[in-house]
Design a protein around this ligand. Sequence first.
Ligand code: ISJ
Ligand code: GLN
Length: 763
Amino acid sequence: MDSSQDTAKLLVIDSYDSFTNNLACLIKRALPSSLIYIIKNDELDFNNLKQFLPYFSAVVVGPGPGSPATPSDVGVVSDLWGISEKLQLPILGVCLGLESLGIAFGATVRRLKVVKHGQISRISHNGDALFEHIPQDSLVVRYHSLCVDLDRSSKLAEMAWADDGEENGRVVMGLKHRIKPFYAVQYHPESVCTDASGIQVVRNFWRIACDWSSKNRRIIKSWGDRAEKQFSVNSWPPQRVFNPAQLEFSPQRVISSKLSLPQLCAAQICEILGVYKANTDFVLLDSAAQPGSHSIIGCIHPNSLKIQYFVGDDYATLIEGKQRTTCALGSSDIWTWLASFMRTKKAMGGDPSIPFWGGLIGYMSYELGVETLQCDIRHRERRRFPDVNLVFIERSLVLHTKTGEVTLQSLLPKDDDWFAFTASALKRAATGEENSRRLQAPKRPLSASEAKVIYPDKVRYISRIKEAQGFLFAGESYELCLTARTKLLVPKSPAPSSQSSWEIYKKLQSANPAPYAAYIRLHPTILISSSPERFLCYSRPPSQCFQLRPIKGTVKKGNGMTRALAEEILSSPKEIGENLMIVDLIRHDLHGVVGTNVDVRKFCGIEEYETVWQLVSVVEGSVEPSSEAFHDDDSPIGVADLGWNVLHKTLPPGSMTGAPKKRSVQILQDLEDERREIYSGVAGYWCVGGGGDWSVIIRSCFKHEVGPGWTSMVQEDTEGNANYDEWLVGAGGAITALSDPEAEWDEMVTKLQSVLRAFRTDD
Ligand SMILES: C=C(O[C@@H]1C=C(C(=O)O)C=C[C@H]1O)C(=O)O
Ligand SMILES: NC(=O)CC[C@H](N)C(=O)O
C-alpha cells in the first residue's frame, strides 16, 4: 500500500482534443484533491487498459469528433461500456461519451435536423441524483450534430432534455444505465458559457461514484510502480520538468539608452536605418494601432545569424553572412533546437518595461503547426520556402508609439560606437526638415493599379463551404476556418524589391492600421502584414502570464453599418457561437500546457478596425513562479522555456483552424488547394529575457524571391514574358452550420480587400 492510496484517481479518455483539457480542469476544480490522468482513446488497447482500471476511482469519457458508430472515432470507449461486472467502475460520458453509451445499450443515434455547435440551451431534468442542486432551465453549451433516441425497453433511462421546439423537438441531454454505474450528459459542462451546473454535475457524479463504490465494496488498487510507469506521462496538469541546462550559461547584459523622439514614427526610423537598401534583410514589428504600444525594429548587420527550417527536414539551416551551415536535429525537433539555442543567449539587465531586449524575430508557417499536430501535410509543393525564418537580433530600437520614447538596445559588449552613431542619425532626422511624423510619400508611385488580381474561383469556394458544412452536419467538426489564396501579379518595378515592398508596406499601414502590423524581409521571403490579431504573448519569467486574443466574428464597415448595427449582428447566436467555440478551443490548448490557471478575461468584445468590426475575446493563463527560477541582480531568468513551450503546443492558431483542432486541420487539408504557408502562421519575437509576442498572420501578403541574390520570383504574363512579381494573399473565415455560403464568400473578399488596398494607387 502506498501513501497515496487515499487520493482519488480519475482517468479521462480523450477522443482527440475536443476540449478535453477543459474537462480535466473542471474535474480538478470540482475535486481539488483528485489526481487526473488523460489518455487518448487509441493509446492503449482494451486488454491492456483493462488491467489498469482497478487503479482508478472512476473514468470520464470525453467528447470528440465523428460518430460513436465509427470504431476509429471512439477507440477503446465502446469496449469500456461492456466491461465485466468484476471490473466495473463508475463512468461519466460527455457528448460523444453519451452517444457511445447510448449505442452500446441499443439506443438509436441519429443526426439532428438543426445541429448545435457552440449554442447555449436551457435544460430540464427529472431530479435524478446526477442533477441534484441543479436548477431547472440551467444554461448549457452544446456541441453536437448527433443525438440518441431510446426505445421503451431500453436498459438506459433519460434524465434530462433540451427543448429545441420545431428544430429538433425534445433532445436527450442526460442518460444513465438502469443498473450499472454509467452516467452521461450530451452537453459540455466544461464550456466557459455553461453555467454553475457544469461543475455541479461533476460533483454529483463523484458523490454517486463514491456511494456506488462503497455499496459494492469496490477495492481500488494502490498505485504502485506499474501504474506509475504506465501513466506518469499522462498526468494532468502536465508536469513541469525543470531543465537544469537552463542554468548552464551565464547571462549576457543588455545595454540600453533612451531618446525622446516624438517627431518620428516607426516607419521613418526604418528609413533612417536604411530599409530601402537593396539586398539586405530588415524586420519591423509595428504597433500601428491600439492596443499595441511598442514598435520593434531589429538592426540586422551583415553577419546577423539567421535560422531557417523547412517542415519535414531533419536539420536546421544557419546562415551567417555568406556562410551556410546545416545543423542536424537528431532525435529532437526544431523546437528543442531553438530552445537550446536561446538558452545560450539568455540576457538580463534590460529595462523591464520594454517588451523586447534582443532575440529572435521572424515568422513560422501554418504547416509548422500542422507538423506539430502530426497531421499529414497534403500539398507538397515543388519549390519550398522556409517554414521557420528567424534572425537573431543583437541591436534593436523599441519605440513607444504614444510617448515617442525610443530605447536603443544592444547585446554586444563595447557597442558604444553603434549607440552614438544611431542616436545622432535619429536626432539629426528628428530636428531636420521632414520631422512631421508623416511618412515620406512613396518614392515611386506603384504601378500596382495595373496589378492583376487572380481571385479564388467563387463557384469552387462556395462548393467548398458546402462541403465543409457537410462535415459539420455529420459531427466531424464544429467549426472550420476555410481559406483560399489570391494571387497578385504586380508589374515588375525597376527598383529593388527592398524598395518596392517597403512602399507597399507603408501603403498598407496607412490604409489598414493594425496593432500587430509587420514588415519582415528575411531572404528569400518578404512578409507585409496588417494583422489585428494577437496570437500569443508571454511575459518574462518568473511570474509568467500568457495571453491569447482570438478574433472570430467579422462585420464589414461602410454601407450604413453603424456600431449599433454591428453590435446587433455580432451578438447573434451565430457570431457568439463562432467565437465561443474558439475560446473553448484556446482554453483547451492553454490548459494543456499551464494547467488549471486559465481564465477568459474578455468574452466577445467588439473592436473597430479600418474596414471591419471584429468580435474579440481575451484568454489568459499563468503559472506560479517556479521555485527553481533564480534571481540575479533583480532580473529573473531560469524558466524561459515555458512561453516557447506554450507557443509550440498551441500552433497552429485555433482561430485559423476551427474546432476540434486536429480533425478540423485534417479536413481543411482536403478542402483547400494549396499550402497556406506563412498565411495563418505567426510573426513575432522571442526575447532573450524569456518573453515573446506573436501575431496571427492574416490581412497580409507575402512574396518569395528566388536565386542566391534578391531577384524576385516572377510570373509570366499571357505572352510568356516574366514581368510580374507574385504576391500571395490568404483570406478566409469560420464556417459553421449557421453560415450562409454567399455571405461567407463576401466576408472572405472583405478581408482580402483590406490588403488589396495597399496595391491600389487610386485611393
Ligand atoms: C481567416 C481570416 O481571419 C480569421 C477569421 C475570422 C472570422 O471568421 O471572423 C476573424 C479573424 C481571423 O481569426 C482572415 O483574415 O483571412
Ligand atoms: N462534442 C461531441 O462530443 C460531439 C459528438 C459527435 N461528434 C456529434 O457531433 O454529435
